[in-house]
Design a protein around this ligand. Structure first.
Ligand SMILES: [Zn+2]
Ligand SMILES: [Zn+2]
Length: 302
């Protein structure tokens, strides 16, 4: 299961009733945070997200509304008792940005930086959550992310019996460990069934629509995309500043075959983004207007 919480949903500036966009996803006590603008530690506390569990922080780009809160967040994690190392991922420039911030905030844990340009490789993991990044299309270098939780194939007792595997060895093989039986080493693949679909979440904000988002979002259980502007008449601004409108985000979700779309990163010119829901839902019906603290548990299909 992957627990997802969008703790903030504002774009550019934090508002009195809306923190900056930030995503907290956790599984089995391990969490990933995507983006950390001003006040993110407050947004996470308000949403009941445990900062001590954050193993990896993914930054989309170095605009203040996505990185400005990271110094405070690292200290908040330390204050919460975090001592295990933390991975920080971002586009090129990360080391330079963090060099200054780590002077004013010295967390009681090691930080490993991953400067990436976007590829299909797993960059690192938080527990079993796999983190991948891809290039977005903003006015500065920007990344989108996918978080995936793979699912082990089902154990097949018939195969185990056919291969004379004693019942005592079943649970180890089921967990994915090899087992020595007599003088043979049994690989778990011998007794496992077909591959099973895992869980996938895609997060991309501060970007124009791209084919890469569609490609990376294929089979996503949840897509979280920016909805800086509710209406198509803001398209010129969206193009100029490297953002999207609600209909553009909905089109991406539709093309990728995602199950559900959450919109976030709303312009302060939209006090109530819900008013514009229909502009997205007409294209992709399962669209939800994000709000601070919205959460959902993604579960494996059965
Ligand atoms: Zn932004
Ligand atoms: Zn930006």
């Amino acid at each position: 299961m992957l627990d997802v919480c969008l703790a903030g949903t504002s774009g550019m500036v934090p508002l009195k009733d809306r923190w900056l966009t930030t995503l907290y996803a956790s599984s089995d006590g391990h969490a990933v945070l995507i983006d950390s603008g001003e006040g993110t530690q407050v947004a996470l506390a308000a949403a009941g997200c445990h900062v001590k569990r954050i193993d990896a922080i993914c930054i989309t780009h170095y605009h203040l509304d996505h990185i400005g809160g990271i110094a405070g967040l690292l200290l908040a994690m330390g204050n919460a008792g975090r001592t295990e190392p933390v991975d920080i991922i971002g586009p090129p420039g990360l080391v330079e940005v963090l060099k200054g911030l780590l002077i004013i905030a010295v967390p009681p844990f090691d930080v490993t930086c991953y400067q990436v340009v976007g590829s299909d490789e797993v960059i690192c993991r938080a527990g079993k959550i796999e983190i991948r990044a891809f290039s977005a299309d903003h006015v500065v270098p920007c990344l989108g992310y996918t978080l995936t939780l793979p699912r082990k194939p089902k154990f097949d007792p018939e195969k185990a019996l056919e291969n004379d595997i004693p019942i005592e060895a079943w649970s180890l093989l089921q967990k994915g460990d090899s087992v020595k039986i007599g003088d043979r080493i049994v690989d778990p693949s011998l007794v496992l069934g077909e591959e099973r679909k895992g869980l996938k979440l895609l997060y991309s904000t501060d970007t124009r629509p791209t084919d890469t988002i569609v490609e990376m979002g294929k089979g996503a259980d949840l897509m979280i995309l920016e909805g800086e502007y509710g209406t198509t008449d803001k398209i010129d601004r969206a193009i100029k500043w490297g953002h999207m409108t609600f209909p553009e985000a909905a089109e991406l979700a539709k093309r990728s075959g995602a199950k559900e779309l959450w919109l976030t990163h709303f312009s302060q010119s939209m006090p109530d983004p819900e008013e514009y829901l229909e502009n997205a839902a007409a294209i992709f019906p399962n669209t939800v207007i994000g709000y601070d603290g919205i959460r959902k548990t993604l579960a494996f299909e059965d």
